[in-house]
Design a protein around this ligand. Structure first.
Ligand code: 5AD
Ligand code: SF4
Length: 439
């Protein structure tokens, strides 16, 4: 039998790319590829790229440049670019970097085996279509190997919201939801392979409306179906838009036993003027009222968010409104970014905030967020939480897992295995993790 070919995938960006990379590895597994952790012994290198913020394309070109020596040594090595940069700049990549044999956009991954064959035959292979078919259903060749206790599962892709700063509606295309039965089938299969926690993914996951047995099913409906899957212990979902936080989903946070008390609900800004210019179609006030309703349903929920500072025409007063909103919500986790101009998006044409000002705001916002994050994490000391153990820790005998609230928790010298879900009493809080003892 011939040696298997080796595939090296480097993943940038969001969790949806992590999920896509797994699917691509499985699809190429059907063509005799096994994954390798190093580009040096690869027969094929795939960069799964992200276009959401600055210098994405430049990073890809510099990474590609580094493979020049490898390709010279190994002429059979095939190099591919996937993901949102591939979608946005596929032809330009082919022109500018002759090392690249294959370009595939996020909606065409099921065509990867054919594209690989084309590249192997010495031709350039490019596919950045938005085909109608369900790419995940057609990505065959899943291995049935055991896997770790947590997994991502993409249920929805694309976005119709067109926030003025964002490339996603252009690179990932329009909103599409996968049918519920396929998602449930995939979830059951993951559970058979050892998974106990599933995070449902979508660019706008709470806008999910996939075909169910009796018409369209909402995300809450899907979560209730997953709640019935034996062996599945935890359900999470990300990323949500405030305008799609429906009553049934809020209620599920209070009543659905496997749904974890954690919600990533980006607001981006606390200024109504900026929210309007971002085309967010909600106000700071409506967001705060929504958070109140969510907390009424599930008082201990940990809120998480995303912020952009230095959006075109953001004044110091607008920025203060963001700080105010953050003070009111108190996020357990929050991610803040300096606005970056994305070619082709409406905000790219508008008057920009000077870089130094945006840098200064970013720093002030991050200081506040870090303070809240730390206060909330420190507040866990003395409490009992559930921990799903994922891997050994850095110290001997230590095991690490995540609490319901997504805090990292480690225990020392305890009799626990990867995949165990145990009660832990928190004894200490450090910069990025909690320590505890089994109850
Ligand atoms: N500049 C800065 N941040 C951005 N995001 C999306 N587009 C941009 C941009 N052009 C951030 C938003 C989004 C997160 C995934 O990335 O906060 O919620
Ligand atoms: Fe981008 Fe999210 Fe806005 Fe959609 S809702 S355009 S993915 S930021």
């Amino acid at each position: 039998m011939s040696e298997p070919k080796k595939l090296y995938i480097k993943t940038y960006g969001c969790q949806m790319n992590v999920y896509d990379s797994e699917r691509m590895a499985e699809a190429l597994g059907g063509k005799g590829y096994v994954e390798t952790q190093s580009p040096d012994d690869a027969d094929m290198i795939l960069l799964n790229t992200c276009h959401i913020r600055e210098k994405a394309a430049e990073k890809v070109y510099s990474e590609l440049g580094r493979f020049k020596g490898l390709k010279a040594e190994k002429p059979d090595l095939k190099i591919g670019v996937a993901g949102c940069v591939a979608q946005a700049e596929g032809e330009e990549i082919m022109r500018r970097q002759p090392l690249v044999d294959l370009v595939v956009g996020p909606q065409s991954y099921h065509r990867l085996p054919e594209l690989e064959a084309k590249a192997r035959s010495g031709e350039k292979a490019l596919d950045t279509d938005f085909p109608e078919e369900d790419k995940f259903e057609k990505l065959k060749g899943r291995p049935k190997a055991q896997r770790g206790p947590t997994a991502f599962l993409t249920v929805q892709e694309g976005c119709d919201k067109f926030c003025a700063f964002c490339v996603v509606p252009y690179t990932r295309g329009a909103e599409v939801s996968r049918p519920a039965d396929r998602i449930l089938g995939e979830a059951r299969e993951l559970v058979e392979r050892g998974v106990r926690e599933i995070t449902l993914l979508g660019q706008n996951v709470n806008a999910y409306h996939g075909a169910g047995p009796t018409g369209d099913m909402s995300l809450a409906g899907l979560i209730w179906e997953l709640n019935k899957v034996d062996g599945l212990e935890r359900i999470r979902f990300t990323t949500s838009h405030p305008n799609d936080m429906t009553d049934d989903l809020i209620e599920a946070h209070g009543t659905c036993e496997k749904l974890m008390p954690y919600l990533h609900l980006p607001v981006q800004s606390g200024s109504d003027k900026i929210l309007k210019r971002m085309n967010r179609s909600h106000t700071a006030e409506s967001y705060l009222r929504l958070v109140e309703r969510i907390r009424a349903a599930r008082p201990d929920i940990l809120m998480s968010g995303d912020f952009i500072v230095g959006f075109p025409e953001e004044t110091e007063e607008d920025f203060q409104a963001t700080l105010d909103l953050v003070e009111q919500v108190k996020y357990g986790y929050a991610y803040s970014f300096k606005y970056s101009t994305r070619p082709g998006t409406p905000a790219a044409e508008r008057p920009q905030v000077p870089t130094e000002e945006a840098d200064d705001r970013l720093q002030r916002l991050q200081t506040l967020i870090t303070r809240h994050q730390r206060e909330i994490q420190d507040g866990m000391v003395g409490r009992e939480v559930g921990v799903l153990f994922e891997k050994p820790g850095r110290l001997k005998g230590q095991m690490v897992g995540k609490s319901e609230y997504l805090h990292s928790v480690h225990v020392g010298d305890a009799d626990v295995q990867v995949g165990d879900l145990r009660k832990v009493r928190i004894t200490a809080s450090a910069a990025n993790s909690l320590a505890g003892v089994l109850v």
